[in-house]
Design a protein around this ligand. Structure first.
Ligand code: TRP
Length: 445
């Protein structure tokens, strides 16, 4: 159980806030038309995001079980959904640590006062396409994650992150104010905040939906686990809303810091906006290089991002380890070792995918992009959709509603029922099918 009223919300939020908010959200928003992506994201967050967050916390608190067992306990025939949900963290983990390695490299670059080098256009490309160096930083990040788990210092890290998360929020806010007031960035603010409906298509919805689940750690069992620690005295509805607000605020600010900077420092053309995973790493050093005390601020920023990333990677790794412990008979140490070896192997392949193996593609995706696509754009929507169907038609919404109403009325009850039964599953299905078809060029809306 978590101590204090805000304890649960902060713990869940600091696990949820990570690279998804700071690295992934801004590059997707830049790529998918700025304001229109933001609008779709917010709409999905207050509808599907809210419904799934409430559902997962309630399932966790009600069953007091891990995701792998919780679905089976709700209905014997639905055990597979727990398995599917647990596969997602396993797909995300290797490349999450790879990006964590990139962040660590940038933190080290800033700390050693090489901000001017990092601001060069070619710096990032040269770094990720090299063979040895990115692997080294990746392994450092992976080992750091493992050490936190082995030495059981998670509690300490969690406490630390109660100070570091607000610090990150304040710094991101300050940086976005700075960037927004730079010459040329107004066009970026407009691009980011004003929806352009002509840029709207099925892919926008799928990208926003996948990002929503990824960023809030939904549809992968994580919030079920957190829910199982959630005290019966607290209000689920309120907690769900607070976690969503925290998570969204950080993502929104990260976008406001990065996207206008793309206009002010990198010209803001379509190529710069669509640069994908490299966006944060290419754009921010240019800002730090030019701002007063930028080296110091840059160092502080990347150190805070490192902490946000490691709290998330620790909880992703733990999710996989406890999944293994639930399914197989082995010791915690052995399970941790298996996950570490697996993570290292797949992460190395992802990293080489930017260098010596860059010609190797799967369905047109690079290796990291492929893992990202399968987990976020295929599995997360599927698990989300089936969770709604399970709740809506098999166990019935009443079970969730009873759990939510243990202490006080469920304000959005009718909305919840309509969403979980009909609107969410139907829309998620439509978004999934059209988004994938369009992604492969089989549909042009
Ligand atoms: N939500 C995290 C982020 O935004 C990433 C994440 C994905 C995660 N799956 C997770 C975090 C599982 C904790 C547990 O970066």
């Amino acid at each position: 159980m978590f101590s204090g009223k805000i304890g649960f919300v902060l713990a869940a939020a600091s696990s949820a806030i990570g690279l998804g908010n700071l690295w992934r959200f801004p590059y997707l928003a830049a790529k998918y038309g700025g304001g229109i992506f933001l609008l779709v994201y917010l709409l999905l967050a207050i509808t599907f995001g809210f419904v799934l967050m409430v559902t997962e916390i309630a399932i966790g608190r009600r069953t007091q079980l891990s995701p792998l067992k919780a679905f089976g306990a709700l209905s014997k025939k639905w055990k597979w959904l727990g398995v599917l949900a647990t596969i997602v963290p396993a797909l995300i983990f290797p490349y999450y640590c790879l990006i964590g390695g990139w962040v660590t490299k940038y933190a080290a670059t800033m700390v050693s006062n090489h901000v001017a080098d990092a601001a060069e256009d070619a710096f990032f490309g040269a770094y990720i396409s090299a063979t040895g160096e990115p692997l080294l930083w990746f392994l450092i990040f992976l080992v750091a994650t493992m050490l936190v788990i082995i030495f059981g210092v998670n509690k300490g890290i969690e406490k630390l992150s109660r100070i570091l998360m607000p610090a990150l929020l304040v710094l991101t806010l300050g940086l976005s104010v700075y960037v927004v007031t730079r010459p040329g960035s107004l066009a970026g603010v407009k691009y980011y905040l004003l929806p352009n409906f002509r840029a709207l298509n099925a892919k926008t919805f799928l990208a926003a939906l996948g990002q929503l689940f990824y960023s809030m750690s939904l549809a992968m069992g994580i919030m079920i686990t957190y829910g199982s620690y959630f005290s019966k005295e607290e209000k689920i509805e309120k907690a769900a809303r607070q976690i969503e607000i925290f998570d969204t605020a950080i993502a929104l600010l990260a976008g406001l810091m990065i996207i206008p900077a793309v206009f002010s420092y990198s010209g803001g053309d379509q190529a710069a906006l669509s640069s994908g995973p490299s966006l944060m790493f290419v754009t921010l050093p240019k800002v730090f290089n030019e701002m007063p005390m930028g080296g110091l601020i840059g160092a502080l920023f990347f150190i805070l991002v490192f902490f946000a990333a490691i709290t998330s990677s620790v909880s992703i790794m733990e999710a996989i380890v406890s999944g293994i412990l639930d399914a197989f008979r082995c010791s915690r140490g052995a399970a941790t070792a298996i996950v570490a070896v697996y993570g290292a192997a797949v992460g190395i392949v992802c990293s080489l995918g930017f260098g010596v193996w860059s010609d190797f593609t799967i369905l047109g995706f690079g290796i990291l992009d492929f893992l990202d696509f399968i987990s976020n754009n295929v599995l997360l929507p599927l698990v989300g959709m089936f969770t709604c169907i399970l709740v809506g038609f098999v166990i019935k919404p009443d079970l969730i509603i009873c759990e939510v109403e243990l202490n006080g009325p469920f304000k959005m009850k009718n909305f919840y029922i309509a969403m979980v039964k009909w609107i969410a599953p139907l829309f998620i299905f439509a978004i999934l099918v059209t988004g994938i078809l369009q992604g492969f060029g089989l549909l042009t809306i």
